[in-house]
Design a protein around this ligand. Structure first.
Ligand code: ARG
Length: 544
């Protein structure tokens, strides 16, 4: 593993202590034996035994230099897997708001990173497009008249939903009509379905618009919402009924009992697959979706990105699907939860008036702020250039602020922090990239031609080289753990090392034998930043 501190070398082997314990021998003696047998002369300058039995390894400049010029940025995974990534998945009775941001941004980064590593990624946008909320909405649209649906485009779906819910609470005749609408939808009554389709088309247009502005790679064909599984649920239940000891009837409902899920009183909490009134639940649809993902999409791995409130839902879903034989044991099922976004006050991030912040408003504000910032830094840019740069910086900043934190924790949304040009932020990394691009522009050099071996005489150069060669292992970590903050930390540390190198090592003014190698370091850094940020869904800029 990478060494904890530079004075320990570049890499550290710390498995010897554990091995010595199991072999009941002295760890330092074992370390000495290992050292004797190691043949790393071509790779390492020095290997030292340290502490209770660590091996500290310092890589040879010649080895580093060779790797930098000969090895590709990334070796493509040979045993590519088919990975289904279920993310974003908003409930579309409401407009997309800040509560949908993390799943969308984190899921997209992981999907892109998996693809970069060579896996086959199948994105699934499991939108909420069915259920009682739609009864209310459609009944409400009926009430406000025919033109409403056309006009709804101009109106705010969020406001519609709020009004419909209020009316549902206060007007019992309306509540009855809403329920009747739900039944009509379930019965696939053409009139109701037509209204629903019309509404969904509109809601999906809004969604696509948010994705394209946020530069999210989900496409319309990736959407397979809850409604898509309606027809499959009946046959699935029939199948499950044929199996022994899977479905159990309890008070008229069909349930799966799993002894590991108990409530506070120690009673088994069943997973209800079909309610006594014949209705299905969120997890019923998810069981059907899993079946589809195994049988039709041939998934090797299925990843879900939702907030931590759904941890129990997924634990039960996975256990039930194994028990019921819906997925085979070699398919990996993974829920990757995340914490909340908090405001400065430490409470969930909301607007001043306490409402959900809509994503389109959040994007507008990000761009506005970035625009003002760029104007301040560089007043001579023309309007159009400034706008393009502002957009790239704004979207990068919002995404990176989220991605750079361990997703398991809550994080505080702070505009000034995320838009800062120094520290672990997207603008800092984008700025470093633009700086490198500037070197090539100034020297009028074709970046693709820079393949000379760097000499790495200075420690800052060597440190940068060591870091550049770590990209592969970091990408693999993100692929395994679905935690993009590993990649963010890496890119940040890389940039810090590049800046140190850049401050201490002249480039264009050097004689060719030094200059050319340093340009290779610049090229490789630029490529790593471009590819790494790209895997996070963030664009670089040639100029800022
Ligand atoms: N629509 C759900 C929500 O907004 C998230 C769906 C996640 N995916 C799934 N297959 N359950 O909470």
């Amino acid at each position: 593993m990478p060494a904890g501190r530079p004075e320990f070398g570049d890499y550290q082997a710390n498995g010897i202590m554990g091995a010595a314990k199991r072999m009941r021998t002295n760890p330092r003696e074992l370390a000495a034996k290992v050292l004797d047998d190691l043949e790393l002369d071509d790779i390492a300058d020095s290997i030292e035994i340290a502490g209770p039995g660590f091996l500290n390894i310092r890589l040879k400049p010649s080895f580093l230099s060779e790797q930098l010029t000969d090895s590709p940025l990334l070796e493509i995974e040979e045993s590519a897997k088919r990975v289904v990534v279920d993310y974003s998945s908003p409930n579309l009775a409401k407009e997309m708001h800040v509560g949908h941001l993390r799943s969308t941004v984190i899921g997209d980064a992981v999907a892109r990173t998996l693809e970069l590593a060579g896996h086959v990624v199948i994105r699934q946008n499991h939108i909420g497009d069915w259920g009682t909320a739609f009864g209310r909405l459609l009944a409400f649209l009926d009430d406000i008249g025919d033109k409403a649906l056309q006009d709804a485009e101009l109106r705010n779906i969020e406001a519609l939903y709020v009004e419909a819910s209020q009316k549902f609470e206060s007007d019992s005749a309306f509540a009855d009509r809403s329920r009747a609408m739900v039944l009509a939808l379930q019965a696939h009554e053409p009139n109701a379905i037509a209204k629903w389709e019309h509404f969904m088309a509109l809601a999906q247009e809004h969604m696509s618009d948010v994705y394209s502005r946020l530069d999210i790679s989900l496409q319309p064909q990736d959407t397979r919402g809850e409604s898509a599984y309606n027809a499959a649920i009946g046959p699935m239940i029939e199948d499950l009924q044929k199996k022994d000891n899977v479905l159990v009837e309890s008070d008229g409902a069909l349930c799966i009992f799993m002894p590991q899920f108990k409530n506070k009183d120690g009673e088994i909490q069943p997973m209800i697959v079909r309610k006594s009134d014949g209705g299905y639940l969120y997890h019923t649809t998810d069981l059907a979706a899993l079946r589809y993902r195994q049988q039709t999409l041939f998934a090797d791995r299925v990843l879900y990105f939702t907030d931590a409130r759904q941890i129990l839902h997924f634990e039960m879903l996975f256990a039930a699907s194994r028990l019921a034989g819906i997925v085979s044991s070699d398919v990996m099922l993974e829920h990757h939860p995340f914490g909340k976004i908090l405001g400065d006050d430490g409470k969930p991030f909301k607007s001043r008036s306490g409402e959900n912040i809509l994503l389109r408003d959040l994007i507008d504000e990000a761009i506005e702020r970035a625009n003002a910032l760029i104007h301040q830094k560089n007043p001579y840019l023309d309007e159009e250039q400034r706008h393009t740069i502002a957009q790239t910086i704004a979207i990068g900043a919002v995404k990176y602020a989220d991605l750079s934190k361990n997703r398991l924790h809550d994080y505080t949304f702070n505009w000034d922090e995320m838009l800062a040009f120094d520290g672990n932020t997207a603008p800092y990394l984008q700025y470093a990239y633009a700086r490198i691009a500037g070197i090539f522009e100034k020297g009028n050099i074709d970046i693709t031609q820079c393949t000379a071996s760097p000499r790495l005489d200075l420690e800052v150069e060597r440190q940068l080289a060591v870091y550049l060669l770590r990209f592969q292992e970091v990408v693999e970590q993100v692929v395994t753990d679905a935690k993009p903050h590993y990649l963010c930390s890496f890119l940040y540390e890389l940039t810090v090392r590049f800046m140190r190198f850049y401050e201490q090592c002249p480039i264009l003014s050097e004689e060719p034998s030094i200059k050319d190698g340093r340009l290779t370091l610049c090229r490789r850094t630029a490529e790593t930043l471009n590819t790494g940020l790209g895997a996070l869904g963030i664009k670089v800029l040639e100029r800022m």
